[in-house]
Design a protein around this ligand. Structure first.
Ligand code: EPU
Length: 308
């Protein structure tokens, strides 16, 4: 029976990386909301990550992988178990550069905007429309992030995934089951890296398109405020933002949680919003939209953790 404390385990040869205990998830999410996580582990290599899964399984402790925490609402009671961060997995390499396409190897902790900039600088086309989407590449794959008709799935060739038993598998795009803001990668598994296919193009063309998409985003979304992106999924054929505005919710507030004046599907934290404030505002918005247009909106952000 392994009786070591978590402190002992994380300072043993079993683990190379960083670890934090009882730190607020405010500091690990773009919304800046959430109670403490028991443990936040940031492994530096796949073996340390595998060891976390193995020990956690033995002790029956949940492991919750996060990307950059940009699509998360963490409850005020925080997260039980181990939050697994990929902040040390940030490599981007060109694997194949023959012919008209290029294949990239991208580690899942790379910021999506780091990848967009890399493509822009090299003149690789395909992800210009993803300019301005926050978060990590792994998170963007898991949620099949997208904008202006382009989704992560459009450029994925394959993905390396570690399951909750620490087993590493490679999944081809067709095995992943991507749909709108969703993939079939099981909760609790972690994406380690992806092989991505882009098209070689004229550098100035890619730069110009990236800039145009970024400008559109800046004009229509509150990118400088603390948010988790769009709060609700778009119902088929419509925009949740349009319906929320139509229901008269722009500017509505519970505590420091506010429906953005710029884009109604963004709920922003004006300072010290709690998860309770945020959820209450989401409920009010949902019921107003239901009354006004008969549509029941579904959350797009992931809500995790426990109540106070
Ligand atoms: N609209 C309003 N009021 C608003 C917001 C939008 O009337 O407050 C109207 C716009 O004028 C436009 C229509 O609704 O006619 C669509 O708006 P927009 O182009 O902003 O797109 P969206 O459907 O609201 C989606 C994605 C965004 C993505 C944009 C750009 C979802 C839930 N939203 O928003 O993704 O950035 O398209 O492609 O799929 C996200 O996933 O977190 C996200 C923000």
């Amino acid at each position: 029976m392994d009786e070591r404390t978590w402190e002992e385990i994380f300072t043993s040869e079993f683990f190379d990386g960083e670890v934090r205990f009882k730190e607020s998830m405010r500091d690990y999410t773009s919304l800046r909301i959430g109670g403490p996580a028991d443990i936040i582990a940031m492994p530096k290599d796949p073996m340390s990550m595998k060891n976390i899964f193995i020990v956690a399984k033995k002790r029956d402790i949940p492991v919750f992988p996060i990307g950059s925490g940009t699509n998360l609402l963490v409850m005020d009671g925080g997260i039980e178990g181990i939050v697994l961060s990929l902040k040390f997995f940030k490599r981007i390499d060109v694997l194949e550069d023959e012919g008209e396409v290029v294949e990239l190897f991208v580690e899942a902790g790379s910021p999506l905007q780091g990848l967009v900039s890399f493509a822009k600088e090299k003149g690789y086309a395909g992800i210009e429309a993803l300019a301005g989407i926050p978060g990590s590449v792994g998170g963007a794959i898991f949620m099949n992030a997208g904008a202006f008709g382009v989704e992560m799935k459009d450029v994925i060739k394959s993905v390396a995934v570690m399951d909750k038993n620490g087993m590493l598998n490679r999944l081809d795009r067709d095995e992943i089951g991507f749909s709108y803001r969703q993939s079939s990668i099981p909760q609790g598994s972690v994406i380690l890296s992806a092989n991505i296919i882009l098209k070689k193009a004229d550098k100035t063309y890619v730069e110009e398109k990236t800039r145009q998409y970024m400008d559109k985003k800046r004009q229509s979304q509150p990118l400088k405020e603390h948010s988790a992106g769009c709060a609700f999924k778009n119902p088929a054929g419509d925009s949740a933002g349009r319906l929320i505005e139509l229901a008269g919710c722009k500017g509505m507030r519970v505590g420091d949680a506010e429906v953005s004046h710029i884009h109604a599907n963004f709920i922003v934290n004006k300072g010290n919003a709690t998860a309770k404030d945020f959820l209450k505002l989401m409920e009010i918005v949902r019921s107003r939209v239901k009354d006004a247009s008969g549509v029941l909106l579904e959350p797009e952000i992931r809500i995790v953790g426990k109540n106070d």
